[in-house]
Design a protein around this ligand. Structure first.
Ligand code: NAD
Length: 484
């Protein structure tokens, strides 16, 4: 099926080719064929987009002076527009990224819910009155930051862009969105939704481009007031140091190496299902993947058998196969990286319980077999580094102390799963984990209303929920001497 969606940059309310005429070709990971060609923003295009966003964010601008309730109404209309295009966006995402239509539809639904959630926040951004000494009135105003840059990865291209755009816009900021050059298509549907909703020109600008040029230019533009980045820890560190030059604030949503911890008193059927989704959804290309299965020695063999059976029963398919349950890796080069990790696991002494290679019946597409490693120790490369593919590392533990120690022994701290029917063990374990998100008896799970983000090298700041409101506003304190 050919692509007939938007292909140009969206800057200051206009669709435009890149100033130097450059384009990006995207490949359907399931067919290995070119799917679409879209404009590729240069550094000069970035400057134009940021200038448009800056003008739209000025104090006297339409966006800045609008009633907050009207701003909320714009977000609600954008949600409606996105919902009306949901089938098309889902299909485009399937072809662009490789995820199954079911997975893509979950992403679009989450965005619609997120825009509706933050639409409600737009007119509830209150400050506070603060009791201070003397005859004074002291109060705070919650003000927008100005221009927010949004740099999105390729694994959840539509959903993760919307996750930061919605709160940023609700708080009265303007935005420049740069999607990954690997999956640039669905970001352009935000521009379509903004145009259809009648958002003032310059409030939302969308510029597909490469990280090295457009991304870098965006982060270092002095008119950018905040960078919301979702991507790898390596690039996140680089962005943090570039943003430091202009003292620009950052929200960094980075990598993970999540432990899914199964205790002997757990419902093993439910746990096996959660472990399966936690590592094989989205072809394992998830920051919050439960990529380490920590399982008690008494139930190790039974849990492994259940997880292996599920892995082997997973139909591989994509946007064009209706019965697909796990899509391909996003690109050939990424599949190579995942296969290299599998090789490293074997060389370091882990045992392949199932999978480990390219499925024999798939002649086209960047498919990888769902892979389970047993006999893994927490010092092995496959237990420490983010593989970002359908590869599960099973590590045995003998008591709760050891389980918590292994779980916390990681440079990352994004998301952890706990499976137990003992209420004390559940809450005590959750309290002792160095992770930004803990799910008990289901995995993975998040909502627009709940904070998303990590400890340690998994990031800085939080998206979603009320926490994101703090990321996209700044407090101004006003002190009034009321002596007469
Ligand atoms: P990536 O870091 O390679 O790229 C992310 C984005 O940054 C892309 O848009 C890219 O073009 C841009 N970029 C690259 N170099 C840049 C530079 N020098 N300056 C500015 N921008 C630049 O990540 P990816 O491969 O697209 O995504 C996978 C990674 O994202 C994984 O590590 C995953 O864990 C992480 N991730 C984290 C979360 C989270 O919420 N914590 C969610 C999804 C993905």
């Amino acid at each position: 099926m050919s692509y007939d969606g938007p292909t140009e940059l969206y800057i200051d309310g206009e669709w435009t080719a890149a100033e130097n005429g450059e384009t990006i070709e995207t490949v359907d990971p399931a067919t290995e064929e070119t799917y679409a060609t879209v404009a590729c923003a240069s550094a000069e295009d970035v400057t134009h987009a940021v200038a448009a966003a800056d003008a739209a964010a000025e104090r006297g601008s339409e966006w800045r002076t609008m009633s907050p309730s009207d701003r909320g109404a714009y977000l609600r209309t954008m949600a409606d527009e996105i919902e009306a295009m949901a089938d098309e966006i889902g299909l485009v995402e399937s072809h662009d990224n490789g995820k199954t239509p079911f997975e893509a539809s979950l992403d679009v639904d989450m965005v619609v819910d997120t825009f509706r959630y933050y639409a409600g926040w737009a007119d509830k951004l209150t400050g506070e009155t603060i009791p201070v000494p003397g005859n004074r009135l002291d109060y705070t105003l919650q003000e927008p930051l100005g221009v927010t840059a949004h740099i999105a990865p390729w694994n959840y291209p539509f959903q993760l862009a919307g996750r930061s755009l919605a709160p940023a816009l609700a708080c009265g900021n303007t935005a420049v969105l740069k999607p990954s050059n690997t999956t640039p298509l669905t970001a352009l549907y935000y521009a379509k939704a903004a145009e259809a909703a009648g958002l003032p020109d310059g409030v939302l600008n969308v510029i597909p481009g490469r990280g090295s040029e457009a991304g870098s230019a965006l982060v270092s533009d002095p008119a950018v007031d905040h960078v919301a980045f979702t991507g790898s820890t390596g690039v996140g560190k680089h962005i943090m140091s570039e943003a430091a030059d202009n003292v620009t604030g950052v929200t960094l949503e980075l990598g993970g190496k999540g432990p899914n911890m199964v205790f002997p008193d757990a419902d093993l059927e439910a746990a096996s299902k959660g472990v399966h989704y936690g590592i094989f959804m989205n072809c394992g290309q998830m920051c919050w993947a439960g990529s380490r299965l920590l399982v008690h020695e008494d139930i190790h063999d039974e849990v492994v058998e259940r997880v292996v059976n599920r892995a082997e029963a997973t139909p591989l398919g994509s946007g064009i196969d209706d019965d697909g349950r796990m899509g391909p890796a996003v690109s050939e080069s990424h599949r190579e990286e995942v296969l290299d990790y599998i090789q490293t696991g074997i060389e370091e002494g882990a045992t392949v319980a199932t999978g480990g290679g390219i499925p024999e019946d798939k002649e086209r597409g960047y498919f990888i077999e769902p892979t389970v490693f047993t006999d893994v120790t927490n010092d092995m490369t496959i237990a420490r580094e983010e593989i970002f593919g359908p590869v599960l590392s099973v590590i045995e533990f003998s008591d709760d102390e050891e389980a918590i120690e292994i779980a916390n022994d990681s440079p990352f701290g994004l998301s952890a799963g706990v499976w137990t029917n003992n209420i004390n063990r559940a809450h005590d374990t959750a309290a002792r984990l160095d992770y930004g998100m803990v799910s008990i008896n289901e995995y993975p799970q998040t909502f627009p209303q709940t904070p998303f983000g990590g400890f340690k090298e998994s990031g800085v700041g939080r998206e979603q929920g009320t926490e994101a409101i703090k990321e996209y506003t700044q407090a101004k304190n006003v002190n009034v001497n009321i002596d007469r």
